[in-house]
Design a protein around this ligand. Structure first.
Ligand SMILES: [Zn+2]
Length: 240
């Protein structure tokens, strides 16, 4: 999970929010106003077409679900509230279901800075010690589910291979490999939070600001998550 920012309010919500909300409530949930094309398109832009919770790209193989952060069954007045909408994969959407708890809330990627709460160790994701918000979110959304861990490991291994090539390369080739690695940190890249943590753990910094000897040294000891300062937003690599 990574921090997200809301895009501009789509015209359907800007112009018809009250009307759509009242007709949804009056129909007892039989209308689906959140499926308007401009709403889905704007959500795809702000999430880079990835699940807001697990960072899986699902649009190519399954219908992406418009996700009501506060469930519409409990908060029908928020059915087309722009701040309450995002995209989620079918699995996260199903696990979350109608869950809502004021005492044990789930992390909101738009307001809770997931980078400050979640630690990634290759395929695994863990809560920072004592972080109830992170623990509850991982547990309810099952962000530690095996198939997700496998996909994160595969993503990290692809980058790991590039980093080894990068460490041995010089000049233009080294710069070209850096660009390939940077693509794995872009907003649209799957599991970019895991990859960011891995790159921090091995001391990778683009543009050869970290020389290979330092890289070798860092790789021998540091584990992802040991240095919280490394997990903040990284504007230079496209994080939001
Ligand atoms: Zn998901």
């Amino acid at each position: 999970m990574r921090s997200l920012s809301k895009a501009d309010v789509p015209a359907t919500i800007r112009d018809k929010k009250a009307e759509l909300t009242s007709s949804y409530i009056a129909s007892e949930g039989r209308t689906v106003p959140w499926k308007a094309r401009d709403i889905v398109a704007s959500l795809a832009v702000e999430t880079s077409d990835k699940c807001a919770y697990c960072e899986s790209r699902v649009g190519a193989v399954a219908w992406t679900h418009v996700e009501h952060i506060k469930p519409k069954s409990l908060f029908p007045e928020l059915v087309v509230d722009w701040a309450n909408l995002t995209l989620a994969c079918p699995r996260c959407n199903q696990y979350k279901g109608d869950y809502h708890s004021d005492e044990h809330p789930l992390m909101n990627p738009y307001t809770d800075s997931p980078e400050a709460h979640l630690l990634y160790f290759f395929g695994m994701v863990r809560a920072r010690p004592g972080d109830q918000l992170a623990s509850d979110t991982i547990r309810i959304l099952r962000l530690h589910r095996l198939e997700l861990q496998d996909r994160r490991v595969a993503a990290v291994e692809r980058v790991d291979s590039l980093v080894h090539d990068w460490a041995r390369a010089d000049g233009p080739l080294k710069e070209a490999i850096e660009e390939l690695i940077a693509e794995h940190l872009e907003d649209g890249a799957e599991y970019a939070a895991s990859i960011r943590a891995y790159l921090d753990s091995v001391g990778f910094e683009p543009s050869a600001r970290v020389a290979p000897p330092a890289f070798t040294s860092a790789a021998s000891g540091q584990v992802a998550g040991d240095a919280p300062a490394h997990h903040g937003p990284q504007p230079a690599t496209g994080e939001r």
